[in-house]
Ligand binder design. Structure first.
Ligand code: 9YT
Length: 129
C-alpha cells in the first residue's frame, strides 16, 4: 500500500513549478498503478495551450474557476468547483484560470507520468517509454 500526504511532495522533485502551473505529483509511474495522479494549481490568469498526444487526461476542479476551449469545435466550457473534463481524444485545448483566482485540479494521466514532465513546444508531455 502506498500512503502519502501532499506535504510529503511539496518542495521535492515531484513538485514541478512552471510559469502557469504547479503540479504536485502524488502517484506516478513508479507506483505501478497504470495511471498517475497530480494535485495541480493553475495560476491566476494563466492561459495554457495544450495537446497531450501521448496521454489521456481527466481533470477535476476542486478550487477556483476558469474555462476550457476545445480547439477542434471552438466550444468554450466554464469550469467551476465540481467540473470534470476528460481529454478522451487527446484534444487540443486552451485552459484558462480566471484573473485573481487559481484553479486547483486533480489530474489523472494514462499512461502515467514519470514524475518530472513539463510541456514541450506542442503542449504535450513526452511518451514515458
Ligand atoms: C490541467 C492541466 O493540464 N494542467 C497542466 C499541468 C498538468 N495537468 C500536470 O502535470 O498536472
Amino acid at each position: 500500500m502506498i500512503v502519502k500526504h501532499l506535504e510529503d511532495v511539496l518542495g521535492t522533485e515531484a513538485d514541478v513549478d512552471t510559469e502557469g502551473w504547479n503540479s504536485r505529483r502524488l502517484i506516478f509511474k513508479d507506483a505501478g498503478m497504470g495511471y498517475s495522479v497530480n494535485d495541480t494549481i493553475i495560476k491566476p490568469g494563466a492561459v495554457l495551450d495544450m495537446a497531450y498526444r501521448n496521454h489521456l487526461e481527466t481533470v477535476y476542479c476542486i478550487e477556483g474557476a476558469g474555462e476550457i476551449t476545445d480547439l477542434a469545435s471552438g466550444e468554450t466550457h466554464a469550469i467551476k468547483v465540481g467540473t470534470i473534463y476528460a481529454l478522451n481524444e487527446h484534444d487540443h485545448h486552451i485552459l484558462r484560470a480566471n484573473q485573481g483566482t487559481h484553479m486547483r485540479m486533480v489530474c489523472v494521466f494514462n499512461p502515467p507520468l514519470t514524475g518530472r514532465e513539463v510541456h514541450d513546444e506542442t503542449g504535450a508531455y513526452a511518451a514515458s517509454d
